[in-house]
Design a binder for this molecule. Structure first.
Ligand code: SF4
Ligand code: SF4
Length: 431
């Protein structure tokens, strides 16, 4: 694709990167076929190619974003399915990340939109605030039906209430803890405990730590490390995302003898693996690149160190839902399925495995109409395989797909169970 940025525009390193990305696109349109929003809405402006044109025009003109750019970029899930499909290697992730920053800095959203984004950015990255919000949402859940009207604000409030789990999870605050292995120490890793995950699914971290320590891995959770910054990053809140990234890079860099940074929330893993790019012009650029290089999804790490079950096969069929952040963002596709099969499960996959379930960070709150359609589609294609359990490697997907009659369990909880851990809550007993 030809571009026409002026030399003065190209002196801006962010525009220079965008220009390089735009020039790799040959507008072939292959990406449209695998884009969930284009497949669902059928509008070219809700396809990767359409969004690329919108971004190109906005940046080349050097103008503020308007409602049209905000509408179609906001509808993008950042699922990165288009990157997997693209034959030209267009780095859509870095392009749309930049567009989101530009929109955040130049477009004044409607008041309720700004308010909700602000509230989400101030609550979700903090486990204690998140727990308090979940408590309030549980109290408000029965009254959700009383929220009348079809305005987007009301739909978003309803979506928030419907996502709140029915029961409170036990409190978890892993910051500052060290978990010694059983027997000889073979590896030492830092675990990203996650922010929303500690409030919504503490059993995921518990299973991760139990499994790793059983395999001879010391697990460190530095007190100074916190939210990865993904939630604010995807809202275009650039400085907040960089602050989170710097804090985490420094915290992990201060831990000696680490073999890996292990992540069990794939949405966060994609961002950690991008810290090197995000902080490329920062004084700690080299440290950030090192941390990105050390980051591994829990399934990548387990495959590397060797995982073996100790229980008999449970006779269960697992429908594996590949989180977009894992399959498209990190290109980790085989490891989770190989491990689940090794653990003794029969693994099935939906026909539309490449398509997003509609979770995508805060997407299921901010874009409830599209998220509901994607959820229904994904649940239908998963359930047609008649599984006993749905497994995924990301708390967002597990929350999005919950509540439709099948247990949604993190992959690592199933692996831990088969290697001597506890049976995850809700998994049927077929023995
Ligand atoms: S597939 Fe790649 S090159 Fe083709 S239109 Fe989409 S982004 Fe551009
Ligand atoms: S990231 Fe996903 S939703 Fe966004 S343009 Fe690409 S395929 Fe479509």
């Amino acid at each position: 694709m030809q571009t026409s940025f002026s030399p003065a525009q190209l002196a801006n390193p962010e525009i220079a990167v965008a220009n390089d990305i735009l020039r790799t696109c040959v507008h072939c349109g292959f990406c449209t076929a695998t884009c969930p929003t284009f497949v669902t809405l059928g509008d070219e402006l809700d396809s990767p190619r359409g969004r690329i044109y919108l971004i190109k025009d906005m940046l080349e003109q050097g103008r503020a974003a308007g409602p049209e750019e905000a509408l179609h970029i906001d509808r993008c899930l950042s699922c990165l399915s288009c990157m997997t499909t693209c034959p030209s290697g267009v780095n859509y992730m870095h392009l749309v990340d930049h567009a989101r920053v530009h929109i955040n800095e130049t477009y004044k959203r409607p008041f309720t939109d700004r308010l909700l984004r602000d509230v989400l950015a101030r609550i979700l990255p903090y486990p204690n605030r998140m727990r308090a919000a979940m408590f309030a949402a549980r109290l408000g859940k029965p009254f959700g039906v009383l929220l009348a009207g079809d305005s987007m604000f009301v739909k978003r409030l309803r979506a928030m209430l419907s996502l709140a789990p029915a029961r409170a999870a036990p409190p978890q605050n892993l910051g500052g803890t060290v978990h010694k292995p059983v027997g000889e120490t073979k590896y030492r890793v830092a675990l990203l405990a996650g922010c929303a995950q500690q409030a919504l699914g503490p059993s995921i971290n518990n299973a991760t730590i139990a499994l790793l320590t059983r395999l001879g891995v010391e697990v460190v959770v530095p007190a100074a490390a916190g939210c990865c910054g993904a939630l604010v990053h995807h809202m275009g809140r650039h400085e907040e995302a960089l602050t989170a990234a710097r804090r985490n890079v420094t915290a992990w860099n201060n831990v000696t003898g680490l073999d890996a940074i292990v992540v069990n929330t794939s949405g966060c893993g994609t961002v950690l693996k991008d810290y090197g790019f995000m902080l490329r012009n920062d004084p700690i650029a080299a440290d950030a690149a090192k941390i990105s290089g050390m980051t591994k999804d829990i399934t990548e790490f387990l495959l590397q160190i060797g995982y073996a079950p100790t229980r008999e096969p449970p006779g269960l069929t697992v429908a594996y839902h590949a989180a977009c952040s894992l399959q498209h963002g990190q290109q980790v596709t085989a490891a989770p399925k190989m491990l689940l099969r090794k653990a003794g499960f029969t693994v099935v996959e939906p026909a539309d495995a490449h398509l997003c379930c509609g979770s995508a960070g805060t997407y299921n709150i901010m874009q409830p109409d599209i998220a509901v359609l994607l959820r229904r589609r994904k649940l239908d294609t998963l359930k047609v395989k008649q599984p006993d359990v749905i497994a995924a490697g990301n708390i967002g997907c597990l929350t999005q797909l919950a509540g439709d009659g099948l247990p949604t369990i993190h992959t690592v909880e199933l692996l831990d169970w088969m290697a001597g851990g506890e049976r995850p809550a809700g998994v049927p007993d077929r023995s």
